[in-house]
Design a protein around this ligand. Structure first.
Ligand code: EPZ
Length: 422
């Protein structure tokens, strides 16, 4: 089945100003968190993405009344009558973040049956940290070949220690713990901006949550959480994509609603390439005026505030036509280098073994047909197409693009790019 392709032509330097959409990785978990409340909530700045529509289907199948205005990006959700017995398992199976309904349903309705999404291109994406820690809270959790089952008539406050600062495990357990009597802790927690936005929403609902150094979250359970009106944070990953577009086309792009404090290591690396980064007051607003002679820089991904794995492919793209050599290490996912052969088809010089990639900057690239393997790789290949001679077709690109980017193609065109979803 053709999932469409993104058609890109070599473009002049991208110049101008664009604003960000809401963050996909905040929207999905915050939508799931509404299952902790009974009543009418409003979420604003919700981006019109494939996974958002899938999460709407899941909420509706749980009995919520959902209205979404994709123009205004406003989502109205009434969770007065929820019955999680007939969840839309087809929709759950379609994307990884659907696992995030487990915590809210278990805490509020005491039992859950969730279709297990398969692995995906970037890795097996197991959920063992989620399962192990729900069991520590007293839940009975088991699975068959395609579903996960959980029963928790009562969960007990615990001090949970995560093997790894997993974003999803932190979010799932945090949501459940808001309604578990007593004082619980999550140690070695993920504290990405999207996790902090979820914490803000839960606190607005009436949850008692405290973030404590070095990476711990203290939750004191309450008996009830109330509906909420919340506008989610802007998407730092879309910001990264736009700044790389400026770097790769030697352009000059300003993003007024980017939060520089959410991407400090990423911005530092762009400055080390020789680009001029200007940041507004309190980190509000970021401009990248690209250098004509970018230097290649090495980097290594890691949990926040480390270099985000979701910007690894994009930053790699910027290095392909920079001067010199660099090393790139992907420490978060076990298989997130599948964009390398595709970039090499365009003339990049990248080799990889395991988690390590070595890159030698080249003078220029040539457009051709390439294949997108995940949504961030799709974006990286599109941006390479903007710099490459001739035309590039990113196969499977539209399918992945619509999962992660609400109107990024429109934004790129407004800056002078030739890019079309076909
Ligand atoms: C979230 O995925 C994001 N997705 C990902 O963004 C992001 O790449 C990732 O966090 C890391 O920042 C959403 O928020 C919807 P993890 P998540 O649990 O929660 C392993 C994108 O492009 N692990 O932090 O699934 C896991 O395999 C997506 O927008 C276990 O081993 O990521 C990975 O190697 C891609 N067992 C590492 O931990 C578990 O139980 C980090 O995963 C859970 C995770």
């Amino acid at each position: 089945m053709s999932m469409g392709y993104v058609f890109v032509k070599q473009s002049r330097p991208l110049i101008g100003e664009v604003s960000l959409s809401g963050a996909k990785n905040a929207a999905l978990v915050i939508m799931a968190s509404l299952l902790l409340t009974r009543g009418k909530s409003i979420l604003r700045n919700i981006p019109a993405l494939t996974d958002v529509y899938e999460m709407i289907l899941i909420l509706k199948s749980a009995g919520a009344i959902v209205e979404y205005d994709a123009q205004e990006n406003i989502l109205n959700v009434d969770t007065t009558h929820i019955d999680p017995q007939n969840l839309n398992q087809e929709a759950i199976r379609k994307f990884r973040a659907s696992i995030l309904i487990l915590g809210p349903i278990l805490a509020q309705y005491k039992e859950a049956k969730i279709a297990m999404p398969g692995g995906c291109a970037i890795g097996a994406r197991p959920v063992d940290y989620h399962i192990k820690n729900f069991q520590k809270l007293g839940a009975e959790v088991w699975q068959d070949q395609d579903c996960l089952y959980a029963k928790a008539p009562k969960m007990n406050a615990q001090r949970l220690v995560l093997d790894y600062p997993s974003v999803g495990a932190t979010e799932n357990l945090l949501m459940a713990l808001t309604l578990v009597d007593g004082e619980s802790w999550i140690v070695n927690a993920a504290l990405e901006p999207e996790v902090l936005d979820l914490i803000t929403v839960l606190q607005k609902m009436g949850a008692c949550i405290e973030v404590c150094p070095p990476a711990m979250i203290k939750i004191t359970g309450v008996s009830k959480l109330n509906p909420v009106d919340h506008s989610i944070i802007s998407d730092r990953l879309e910001a990264g994509s736009l700044l790389i577009a400026s770097s790769i086309t030697k352009g000059d792009i300003f993003i007024p609603n980017a939060n520089a404090y959410e991407m400090e290591l990423f911005l530092m690396k762009l400055e080390e390439m020789g680009h001029t980064i200007t940041v507004g007051k309190n980190g509000e607003g970021v401009r990248l005026k690209a250098t004509k002679t970018p230097r290649a820089v090495s980097f290594k991904t890691g949990p926040y505030p480390g270099f985000p794995t979701d910007l690894q492919a994009l930053m790699m793209a910027a290095q392909t036509i920079a001067q010199g050599n660099c090393n790139i290490v992907e420490t978060v996912f076990e298989n997130r280098f599948m964009h390398i052969p595709e970039m090499n088809k365009m003339g990049a010089k990248i080799s990889a073994t395991g988690h390590y990639a070595q890159l030698e900057g080249v003078q220029g690239l040539v457009g051709t047909d390439v294949i997108a393997t995940d949504l961030r790789a799709a974006c990286a290949l599109v941006l390479l197409g903007l710099a490459a001679d001739g035309e590039t077709r990113v196969q499977n690109g539209v399918h992945h693009w619509k999962r992660g980017y609400e109107t990024l193609d429109e934004k790129l065109r407004s800056l002078g790019a030739f890019v079309e979803l076909r």
